[in-house]
Ligand binder design. Structure first.
Ligand SMILES: NC(=O)c1ccc[n+]([C@@H]2O[C@H](COP(=O)([O-])OP(=O)(O)OC[C@H]3O[C@@H](n4cnc5c(N)ncnc54)[C@H](OP(=O)(O)O)[C@@H]3O)[C@@H](O)[C@H]2O)c1
Length: 288
């Protein structure tokens, strides 16, 4: 029996479909009481309701489970350790490349702590660390940028826009999860696109995919940080914080060699993936 957490999430929905279609093993989904169960594929046999913040509530979901794909946030690893009490063959933990950010924050710390908790427990695990995940539908990353550019071609960029991004296509993340399950426990892998791109190029490629030529407004980083500080002193609506501005200045550039070698990870390039998402008719590909 495979237990999947986070099956109603963006990546989880796609994984759920492929697991049911491709893996000959029973699959149990752990969903929250508030989760939208219609996001699970038809035929999702076993669904257990519970919240990973409450280990006692979810302990029964781990009964009879030999493998786990943990897609709900890595911060919940403690619950897995508590509920499993050592009885499991393989846990695929989906963490985040955010753990390597030099901009220390609560969100970075909880990723680090989640991974440490798994390693300290000595559970037989594989740690997968995706970069920014994008794909068809509402990925809450590139899809937001595309929607913005479709409406307003002018876009603010904090700093030079030369910092690197290495987004990863959702199908490739799901492929790596399935490959990890097939391979068995061990290893820590970065999952990112084949090439890191300057943010300016990311914007141009997304603009081209939705048929606009973006007009980039470069805002000095100091000005953006000052606005964030002011928003704290004189509370006004600003959908931005200092952590986001600082993180945007970091180069996100990772080696995927280990994943390629061990998991056969050969991710789609950013432009090719955008063509699949925004011009499916031209490529003849199916979307989610
Ligand atoms: N998206 C990215 O760019 C990105 C980048 C790096 C790493 N990651 C990691 O990759 C994984 C998948 O990302 P995603 O964006 O596809 O996830 P997502 O759409 O945010 O979905 C998260 C899933 O976890 C479930 N969940 C959250 N809190 C829970 C709790 N307390 N108890 C039980 N279930 C809970 C959610 O249930 P509901 O349906 O009820 O909300 C949902 O099914 C996550 O671990 C994420 O941290 C994502």
């Amino acid at each position: 029996m495979i237990l999947v957490t986070g099956g109603t999430g963006y990546t989880g929905c796609l994984l759920a479909r492929r697991l049911l279609a491709e893996v000959e093993e029973e699959v149990r989904f752990l969903v929250r009481p508030s989760s939208d169960r219609s996001r699970l594929p038809p035929g999702a046999a076993e669904v257990f309701t519970g919240d990973l913040t409450r280990p006692r509530e979810v302990a029964a979901a781990f009964g009879g489970v030999s493998r786990i794909v943990h897609l709900a946030h890595i911060r919940y690893t403690g619950t897995l350790v508590e509920c499993l009490a050592g009885r499991v063959d393989h846990v695929v933990l989906v963490s985040s490349l955010r753990r390597f950010s030099q901009v220390r924050s609560a969100s970075v710390e909880e990723v680090i702590r989640g991974e440490e908790c798994a390693l300290d427990s000595r559970m037989p695990c594989t740690i997968l660390r995706p970069s920014m995940i994008f794909g068809p539908g509402n990925d809450r990353n590139i899809s937001r940028l595309a929607a913005h550019l479709s409406r307003i071609r002018c876009i603010p960029i904090f700093g030079s826009g030369r910092h690197l991004q290495q987004p990863v296509f959702v199908d490739d993340v799901v492929g790596a999860i399935l490959a990890s399950l097939a391979r068995g426990p061990g290893g820590e892998y970065a999952l990112a696109g084949p090439r890191a791109l300057p943010y300016n190029e990311v914007i141009d490629l997304v603009g081209a995919a939705v048929g606009v030529q973006p007009l980039k407004l470069h805002i000095p980083v100091r000005l953006a940080l000052a606005a964030c500080h002011l928003a704290r002193i004189f509370p006004f609506e600003l959908s931005l914080d200092t952590e986001q501005v600082r993180r945007l200045q970091e180069d996100k550039c990772y080696s995927i060699d280990a994943a390629t070698q061990d998991l056969g990870f050969t991710p789609l390039g950013f432009a090719a993936a955008l063509s699949r998402i925004y011009r499916p008719a031209a490529t003849g590909q199916d979307l989610l």
